[in-house]
Each structure stands twice: as structure tokens, then as C-alpha cells.
Design a protein around this ligand. Structure first.
Ligand code: ADP
Ligand code: MG
Length: 555
């Protein structure tokens, strides 16, 4: 008909769809988790919007997800009566990938040669709705936004284009129908048209969804039964919940396809009651250092979803922590602005931060410490921002930090271990900042320290430049840049030094004048062993890297 319009997928979306069609992901069952997760989100959004907008003409009775199978047609439909989508929503949400870091992700994927590497990356990205195309060769989505009268029908085979047309009589919410690819197996029980198999997948991946997920109770009957238990995991007793259930819940809220590195729970009773279920991911998200990055903690009030990315609950430097905080005594109407001011929310945040830091500390104490190493290499650069932002917890952050050092090129060191190795008479913790380990190791400043066997921290993250200025010290030892001020390694030779200074006084004075435009002073040094000269900064000068950073940010 003339009302059918054909659109092209945005190029990034097209590439992701190709990945799905050619199915580089081995566990195809997860498509159902993604569709049920979207349906559940849509119901959350509707409940909240209906609560806030009393004029919204929406049907909020009997909110649920329904899964229907048609064996003859080989279709599987996931339907919800949630918020739905407008025509524009469909084009922008389904036709494009708005996620930050997509281009970067695709570039990395192209570069990663082996299949295992690609799997890791895909898992990290989480393709959501597009995972339908792992099992379907055509997908039809019919939707109507709550409060609107115009339904939309979207259809695609995932090969570059999709069509959109008006859908008359579309019920409120969204239905996604998968036209399943031919079965891999003759055994009906292992096919997605098997109700038993589908029910099992829902139990495995979506049991905790707080809305009923319904399916026909028998192959030909139309009576529906609820498949999931609908219990919020954080409301169940700890001993009763399996780690696999936490893992699936983590995937639902984080859109990560991998298991979390660490799971932990907290609760408080009394005047301000809350429960928290938090996760540390095993990998850094692609947008960890991007401007539009989000924080990962969701706020619920008495089991009702209120908001994603609740910035009032987690500081910026712990933005990678995912999870849920369910507070009992807040209004459902609470806004981000109100939360920022709320004294009790601040108290919860304080406790969450402490708990995260102590959790990392205990990971550090584990035999072998592999999980801590994974944690630190993924999130260390973000955590160090806390040395500037979170003065109250500075000490704890320093304790859980690791730094590359000249002691061992392979393994970073903690400050505690550094201090334990300090030479007799050494009072400061030596460091050098720079763009890379190679640059730092080849710096002339390094020579004398290396020759005399002093350990130097090798600081290459941009944030390192800043915190070393702000943090006064660790365990009573100051941080001392070996590129700044006078670092005296040979106090014993004072007499010889004074003599040399006298001998070279004229030459030094002449050089200082000759080089006046470029340096403040020329002096003799014991820093060097093989290089004839090096440039050092004043104790309070900004370093070259920091200078570059300021320039780059337009300051
Ligand atoms: P994500 O869930 O990570 O945002 P998806 O690819 O799963 O990514 O979905 C993309 C977007 O499409 C969702 O954010 C949502 O806005 C919209 N969407 C998907 N499914 C539904 C649905 N059943 N009801 C309403 N909106 C949906
Ligand atoms: Mg999704």
C-alpha cells in the first residue's frame, strides 16, 4: 500500500544486524531474555508515567508480558501492554543504535581476529532487540504508545532496510513477532516453537522480572499461566538466591552479556529502610571515559522502578557499579533534583561507597588476587578520580589502588608494598608521570634512580597528574616527582658537591644567561649517570603532560 514506507538502517545498526544474522554469538536463547527485558522495562515506564501524569489515557489494569507460540506458522510472539512506541520512537529506537561507543565497538570488533575475542566484545556490547535476528529471518513489531490512538507496524528481515506502516486497532503496548528460522533439529522439543523449551528459558533468564510473564498452559488451550516467580531478588533472603539468578538479574539491568565480577547486598532497617543489590562488572563499559557516560544504579521505591542512572546514589568515580537500591520511605514522585538534596539519600550513598571500597579491599586479600587484578585493570583509572573527588575516602582509595612501577614491569604494586621495599633513609615515594611506560623509562630523570636502585612509580593515566598534586601522602610518606625540584640522592658527598659548584659557578652563570629564554636556572646535578643534561621543573610547576591536558581542554 502507499502508506508503507521503507527506511534504511543506520550503518552501525546494519553492521550489528549482520553480526546477528550470521550469528557469531553461540547462546541463542538469550534473545528471549532481551525481549522479555524490554517488555518489562516498557511496563515499568508505563506505571511510572501513569502515576506522574494523571491525564494519561492509558490502561494500567493487568499489566503483563505474554509469550505466544504458533507452531504451524513457526512464530514466537512476545507481547506487553506497556508504554509502547510512537512512529518516531520506532524509527529512532529500533532503526538506529544510539548507544555511545558503537562506532568504537565496531572498529574493535573488526580488528579482533579470533572468534573468542569477538564473543567477548559482543558480550560487552549487548545487542538487545537485534538479537531477535539470531533466531528469526523476519521480525514484525506492532506497537501503540499509551495515550495515543495511532498504531505502528514495523517489519524487517534485518538485511539493510525495514518498513513502517500504520497499524489499525493495535492494542496499547508492543508485540514482537519472530518468524523463526528453519529448525536446527528435527526434535520439536529443542526448537523455539516448543512451549516447554520457552518456559524453561524464561525461568532461567527472567524469573525475577517483577511483572507476570504468561504463557498458554497447554498446547491448544487459551488459558494463561504465569511462568516466573516475580520475586525481587533483593527482597529474598540471601541464602535462598543462587548466584546464577543474580547473574541473570545483572544482565537484565546492565545490558551486559557477561557475568558480573562481584555481587553484594546491603540492607538497613529502622528509620530509613532500604535494600541494595550491587554488582561490579567484569569488564569496563565502552563509554567509561566518554562524556555521555551513565551511572549504573537504579532507584526503586517499595519495589517500584523509579529511575535508571541514579547519580545521587553513586559518585562519578564509581560510575561502573551496577545495581538496585530499593528505598522504603521515598515518594514515588521523587525527582533527580530532590534526590540530590535528600539527606537520607546522601547517607545511603555514603554507605554504598564504603561498601564498594571494602568489597574491593577484600578482593585484594583473596588468594592470588586475580579478581582484584581484573577489577583494577578495568576500573582503576576511574577509581583514581576519587582521590580528587572524594576526600573523605582518600585513604581507603589509596589502599585499594595499584600502580605500575620500576620494581616489576609486569605487575603493578600497591603503595603498601612499595613502602615495605623503600630503601633505608628513603623518605618519599618516588614517581614519574608521562604518556607511556617507554617514555618514562627512557627519561633522563630515571637514570640515577635506576642506577642507585630506587623504585619509581610509573604513572601514565592522565588523572595521575592531578591526584599526585592533591594527595598529601600515604602512610606518612610524601609523593615526590623525580622530575621536580631538588631530589638529592647523595647527601654524603656534600663537600664534593660544594666544591664542584664553586668550580662550575662561572660556566653555570653564563649558561643561565644564554638560555634565559628557555630555562630559569642551570645547575649541577647528581641525577644523571649517562645523559649529559636534563630539564627539571620547579617543585610547583605543572608537568608537561598536565600542560598538554589543559591545552587540549582549552584552558
Ligand atoms: P536497550 O534495551 O539496551 O535500550 P534494545 O535494543 O533492547 O536496547 O531496545 C532499544 C530501545 O527500543 C529500548 O531502549 C526501548 O526504548 C525501545 N523498546 C524496545 N522494546 C520495547 C518495548 N517492548 N516497548 C517499548 N519500547 C521498547
Ligand atoms: Mg533491551
Amino acid at each position: 500500500t502507499t502508506s508503507t514506507q521503507t527506511f534504511e538502517f543506520q550503518s552501525e545498526a546494519r553492521q550489528l544486524l549482520q553480526l546477528m544474522i550470521h550469528s557469531i554469538y553461540s547462546n541463542k536463547d538469550v534473545f528471549l531474555r532481551e525481549l522479555v527485558s524490554n517488555a518489562s522495562d516498557a511496563l515499568d515506564k508505563l506505571r511510572l508515567e501513569a502515576f506522574r501524569d494523571k491525564d494519561l489515557e492509558a490502561d494500567t489494569d493487568d499489566l503483563h508480558v505474554e509469550i505466544a507460540i504458533d507452531q504451524d506458522a513457526r512464530t514466537l510472539t512476545v507481547r506487553d501492554n506497556g508504554i509502547g512506541m510512537s512512529r518516531n520512537d520506532v524509527v529512532s529506537l529500533i532503526g538506529t543504535i544510539a548507544k555511545s561507543g558503537t562506532a568504537e565497538f565496531l572498529r574493535k570488533l573488526k580488528e579482533s581476529k579470533d572468534a573468542a575475542g569477538s564473543q567477548d566484545l559482543i558480550g560487552q556490547f549487548g545487542v538487545g532487540f537485534y538479537s531477535s535476528f539470531m533466531v528469526a529471518d523476519r521480525v514484525t513489531l506492532v506497537t501503540r504508545r499509551a495515550g495515543s490512538t495511532e498504531g505502528v507496524r514495523w517489519e524487517s528481515d534485518g538485511e539493510g532496510t525495514y518498513t513502517i506502516e500504520p497499524a489499525e486497532d493495535a492494542p496499547q503496548g508492543t508485540s514482537v513477532t519472530l518468524h523463526l528460522k528453519p529448525a536446527d533439529t528435527d526434535d520439536h522439543l529443542f526448537d523455539y516453537t516448543s512451549a516447554r523449551k520457552v518456559r524453561e528459558i524464561v525461568k532461567r533468564y527472567s524469573d525475577f522480572i517483577t511483572w507476570p510473564v504468561k504463557m498458554a498452559s497447554s498446547e491448544d488451550g487459551d488459558e494463561l499461566e504465569t511462568v516466573n516467580s516475580m520475586k525481587a531478588l533483593w527482597a529474598r533472603s540471601q541464602s535462598e538466591v543462587e548466584q546464577s539468578e543474580y547473574n541473570e538479574f545483572y544482565k537484565h539491568i546492565s545490558h551486559d552479556w557477561n557475568d558480573p565480577l562481584e555481587t553484594f547486598r546491603m540492607q538497613a532497617e529502622g528509620t530509613f529502610e532500604y535494600q541494595a543489590l550491587l554488582f561490579i562488572p567484569a569488564q569496563a563499559p565502552l563509554d567509561l571515559f566518554m562524556r555521555e557516560r551513565k551511572r549504573g544504579v537504579q532507584l526503586y521505591v517499595k519495589r517500584v522502578f523509579i529511575m535508571d542512572d541514579c547519580e545521587a546514589l553513586m559518585p562519578e568515580y564509581l560510575r561502573f557499579i551496577k545495581g538496585v537500591v530499593d528505598a522504603q520511605d521515598l515518594s514515588l514522585n521523587v525527582s533527580r533534583e530532590i534526590l540530590q538534596q535528600d539527606r537520607q539519600i546522601r547517607m545511603i550513598r555514603k554507605r554504598l561507597v564504603k561498601k564498594v571500597l571494602t568489597t574491593v579491599k577484600s578482593m585484594m586479600a583473596e588468594e592470588g588476587g586475580e579478581r582484584y587484578t581484573t577489577f583494577w585493570s578495568a576500573f582503576g583509572a576511574a577509581v583514581k578520580e576519587g582521590l580528587l573527588d572524594d576526600v573523605d575516602n582518600r585513604e581507603s582509595i589509596l589502599e585499594i589502588s595499584s600502580f605500575a612501577s620500576t620494581h616489576d614491569a609486569e605487575a603493578p604494586t600497591t603503595l603498601k608494598d612499595y613502602v615495605a621495599r623503600m630503601k633505608d633513609g628513603q623518605t618519599d615515594i618516588y614517581y614519574l608521570t608521562g604518556e607511556s611506560r617507554t617514555i618514562i623509562e627512557n627519561s633522563p630523570h630515571m637514570e640515577a634512580f635506576q642506577a642507585k636502585g630506587y623504585e619509581v612509580l610509573v604513572l601514565t593515566d592522565p588523572i595521575d597528574e592531578m591526584w599526585v598534586e592533591a594527595v598529601s601522602g600515604f602512610d606518612g610518606k610524601q609523593f615526590q616527582s623525580i622530575a621536580k625540584g631538588e631530589v638529592d640522592l647523595d647527601e654524603k658527598d656534600d663537600e664534593k658537591a660544594a666544591e664542584a659548584k664553586k668550580d662550575f659557578a662561572d660556566l653555570l652563570a653564563w649558561m643561565t644567561t644564554a638560555l634565559a629564554e628557555d630555562v630559569k636556572e642551570v645547575r649541577l646535578s647528581t641525577r644523571l649517570t649517562t645523559s649529559p643534561a636534563c630539564i627539571v621543573g620547579d617543585a610547583h610547576d605543572i608537568t608537561p603532560t598536565l600542560e598538554k591536558m589543559y591545552r587540549a581542554s582549552g584552558q
